[in-house]
Design a protein around this ligand. Structure first.
Ligand code: NDP
Length: 457
């Protein structure tokens, strides 16, 4: 075994050191999961539901402490850490309530002596390689329905959310999920790679396009079910009939919440020329009101950049935009002092020759571009390799629907943004990935359909 150091990104201090899995321990965990899965799948659904319900109660009971763990290792502002944990409760409730109907055997045809049915069979052993930015959400979207549908789960938290991953494992076992049915696999990219080499039945990944592409290449020849939830460059269009202040306040939050480190954070804003200046003024005023500082402080809105190398990416995007003629409205720099701080940053006079409008920023940085109308907005929104979310602000629902139906995106928003619902599928197109989580489809995705042709003798 080798060790990984866990750092607090807000202070730079080392929190602790954790023994990481190596190839041999990953293989042993995968073997034990394989042996344990059939008995878990054979339990009545009600027993698996009871375990997940006890898990939710365990999370609720320790919610404040779990929020502190997440904040210390990721730099997420503490209020947002509690919001994520509270939000998880609603997601778990959805899965608990929907799983029976979503996985019940369906009779799709009955004619004389012939009956046709679809049965939903668990995949078997699934691996979940997860991201650090919303570790409870993006992990829970996978491991909760995967367990409910009778799978064993090998859960690899990001090394930047290892302590949260170990807390999830502890609470799962305390809730009665057998040790080998839910197993945390701890470590960085090498550990993730070792996981890919195991005889798994499904790989559910959340993370960057670059890593997702590597995983797809590794698993392609083996025909393992693969889901990839990847990045985004999420655009919003503000029409001239929108209220500029209301739209600005909503979108400033959508761009900067979680320090901009969300796959559905608003990263590009197109504003109709008629209200552009009023919108920019309100947007910058709102952003200037966001307090940056110690993530443990209740009043902090902008926390730390979780991964230190991302600071250079943000600096590079700002420098590239300025070199190409953008105007810096606010921010633009690292925060002085220890830890990974970056000021909330707004750039205007931007265009698509600039990285800021093309490459994922994954930080508190946003570009605002003036447009002449709907057709230019649609063309620019689609000028991206990603397709995760897109939004329109206007009082006119028909107009919003007409615009959004032309935009490549898995999720569309009218007068809202940066929002995820357990009742709706979460998916991306283009380089934002393949497959989906959440909704009843995001339960069935952890099963494979078995076709039954039944002829009465
Ligand atoms: P990364 O791609 O860097 O890492 C994701 C996971 O993959 C981590 O657990 C990482 O481990 C692991 N990993 C790294 N290398 C390998 C490898 N060679 N083989 C197997 N696993 C590996 O992404 P981030 O964690 O930085 O997450 C940020 C990205 O996630 C952004 O692009 C964001 O948009 C996207 N995201 C997408 C969401 C969606 O729903 N579409 C939701 C949330 C985030 P380790 O960290 O230990 O190196």
């Amino acid at each position: 075994m080798n060790a990984i150091d866990i750092h607090n990104p807000a202070t730079g201090e080392r929190i602790t050191s954790i023994e990481a899995d190596d190839a041999a321990t990953v293989a042993a965990k995968a073997q034990r999961a394989r042996l344990a899965q059939p008995a878990w799948a054979a339990l009545p659904l009600a027993e698996r539901q009871a375990c997940v319900r006890r898990f939710a109660a365990g999370v609720q009971a320790e919610l404040d402490d779990l929020a502190v763990i997440m904040t210390r290792e990721t730099g997420k502002p503490i209020r947002m850490a509690r919001n994520e944990l509270n939000g998880l409760m609603g997601r778990i409730e959805f899965f608990l309530g929907a799983v029976a109907a979503a996985t019940a055997t369906e009779t799709v045809h009955a004619d004389g002596g012939m009956t046709e049915q679809i049965e939903h069979v668990p995949l078997g052993v699934v691996a979940n390689i997860s991201a650090w930015n919303y570790p409870w959400f993006v992990g829970g979207n996978v491991f909760v329905p995967a367990l409910l549908t009778g799978n064993a789960v090998l859960y690899k938290p990001s090394e930047y959310a290892t302590l949260t991953g170990l807390a999830i494992e502890r609470l799962m076992h305390a809730a009665g999920v057998p040790r080998d049915v839910f197993t945390a696999v701890v470590g960085g990219g090498q550990t993730g790679q070792a996981l890919l080499e195991q005889p798994i039945d499904g790989l559910f990944f959340t993370g960057s396009h670059a890593t997702g592409a590597r995983i797809a290449q590794a698993l392609g020849p083996r025909m393992v079910k693969l889901q990839l939830e990847l990045g985004g460059k999420d655009p919003t269009y503000v029409c001239e009939d929108a209220d500029p202040r209301a739209a600005a306040e909503s979108l400033a939050d959508g761009a900067m919440y979680n320090t901009g480190q969300g796959c559905c954070s608003v990263e590009r804003i197109y504003v109709h020329e008629r209200i552009h200046d009023a919108f920019v003024a309100a947007f910058v005023e709102t952003v200037r009101g966001f307090r940056m500082g110690d993530p443990m402080d209740e009043g902090t809105y902008i926390g730390a950049i979780t991964r230190a190398p991302q600071l250079a990416v943000l600096e590079g995007q700002v420098a590239d935009a300025l070199a190409r003629g953008a105007t810096l409205q606010c921010g633009g720099h690292r925060r002085p002092g220890p830890g990974n701080g970056f000021e909330p940053t707004v750039l205007t006079e931007v265009n698509h020759s600039m990285e800021i409008m093309r490459e994922e920023s994954f930080g508190p940085v946003v570009g605002i571009q003036k447009v002449s109308g709907d057709s230019e907005a649609v063309a620019l929104m689609n000028d991206t390799r990603y397709g995760l979310t897109a939004g329109v602000y206007t009082p006119d629902e028909a107009r919003a629907r007409a615009v959004l139906s032309q935009v490549h995106a898995g999720t569309t928003y009218w007068n809202c943004c940066d929002r995820v619902s357990p009742r709706l599928p979460w998916s991306g197109c283009r380089d934002s990935g393949v497959g989906l989580t959440l909704s009843t489809h995001g339960i069935q995705t952890f099963t494979r359909p078995r076709a039954w042709h039944l002829r009465q003798p």
